[in-house]
Ligand binder design. Sequence first.
Ligand SMILES: *[C@@H]1O[C@H](CO)[C@@H](O)[C@H](O)[C@H]1NC(C)=O
Ligand SMILES: *[C@@H]1O[C@H](CO)[C@@H](O)[C@H](O)[C@H]1NC(C)=O
Ligand SMILES: *[C@@H]1O[C@H](CO)[C@@H](O)[C@H](O)[C@H]1NC(C)=O
Ligand SMILES: *[C@@H]1O[C@H](CO)[C@@H](O)[C@H](O)[C@H]1NC(C)=O
Length: 410
Amino acid sequence: MMALKFKKLRRWIFIAAPFFLLLLWICRINWTFHLWTPKYQTFSSPKKCFNKHLVPPAQPATLVAVNGMKTLLVSAYLEHRSKVKKVRIIAIKPRKEKASYLCHLRCEKKLKITRADYKTHSDHFRFHYGTADIMCPLPSGCPTPSHVAVTSAHVNPEGTLDQDFLEVQNLKTEFQSFPFNFTVCFSTMFDYTNVLQLVQSLEMLQLLGVNRVVIYKTNCSLETQNVLDYYTHKGLVEEIPWSLSKYLNVSRGWLPNHGPGELHYFGQIPALNDCLYRYMYKTKYLALHDVDELILPQSVDSWLELLPLLEKKFGANKRYRFRSHVFPNDVLLPPPIFPNTLLQHSWGNVSGVNILSHLYREPLPSTAWIDFKIIVNPREVFSLTVHGALKSLKPFEWVTSDMARMYHTR
Ligand SMILES: *[C@@H]1O[C@H](CO)[C@@H](O)[C@H](O)[C@H]1NC(C)=O
Ligand SMILES: *[C@@H]1O[C@H](CO)[C@@H](O)[C@H](O)[C@H]1NC(C)=O
Ligand SMILES: *[C@@H]1O[C@H](CO)[C@@H](O)[C@H](O)[C@H]1NC(C)=O
Ligand SMILES: *[C@@H]1O[C@H](CO)[C@@H](O)[C@H](O)[C@H]1NC(C)=O
């Protein structure tokens, strides 16, 4: 009896073992995949074994609160373009909060303190909080500090250090060759469910020559998350977790009376500024527009062909502004005939706006001069706002509508 059971068991093990080994192997792949990509390292737990697309965890925008103050630090970057190099910290602070910051810079094994100055961005849409740049001059003998912490000179005059550090990024510059030709920054995705429009936009952007789309994500539907995971795995999307709600109440509106809260539209402006610096030396051009907007060339097929035309006409490194043309998503025109009607049929079940069925273009409104988005050389720009660059080295140019237009399906 025992022998029979043992035989059965042995046979069972014999059959099951390959499956078990296969399982182990799949998990190991996933595990090592994470180990081999230290740039994605975070404190989140490793992904589950059977995660569909083996998505590397995104690098979060690290938020650090300055003790005793209402200032929040988003990220830190070495600023190479000022007369004396500085560390620029992108921050969020109550606009009226008086502050006197000390920077603690980690230089090799030593810690050095310098006194910072700061500037609040002029675009705040009258919210209580605004975006600020805290600038830390580099101490002598410390050209590339690896980390920085900030304390308040008022709250903590001794400058004792009880703060978390931010990693200083952009220690090296790059002006010649970039991993990406075009990067698009989508700021503050929240409550997002418009799957079809997202997929159509991401596919369209790739056709235009875009290699990277950076998405600052607060939250979205499960279906949307699957799409984001797919494109992250593909190498197109970098998803940056973006939630300020632990620290302050963000508004859903772009003016205080459009949505209660202390900071403009989910913190869109600090997110855009982070994107500018994060990709400054990684991308040749940076485009700033939302997920429901597409800049479409009118005489050529892609941005790769469009940019040389713009540079020839207006000069290089300008801020190219594209006027917004609205395609209301409540007006349906007969959709174009696609050769593959099956494809069209299968879109019928995907939730969201099909941008290809909204072909009616409204006439340009009187506000056309503020409704635009831009493509820039990020190394020429210092700060960004919703519609463009607040501060940059070169002036802007309006791109004429025979060259390109921005299609806004809203
Ligand atoms: C960038 O554009 C050039 C052509 O201008 C192309 O050869 C290259 O492959 C593109 N790079 C990427 C990452 O797509
Ligand atoms: C998404 O985030 C916003 C802001 O934190 C919150 O108000 C909303 O309830 C969240 N939605 C979901 C579905 O979790
Ligand atoms: C956000 O607002 C609510 C209601 O006004 C308040 O109770 C809460 O403390 C606020 N949260 C933060 C983080 O300030
Ligand atoms: C769309 O959904 C309907 C009802 O659930 C289903 O019968 C149909 O097969 C689906 N079509 C496609 C292309 O998936």
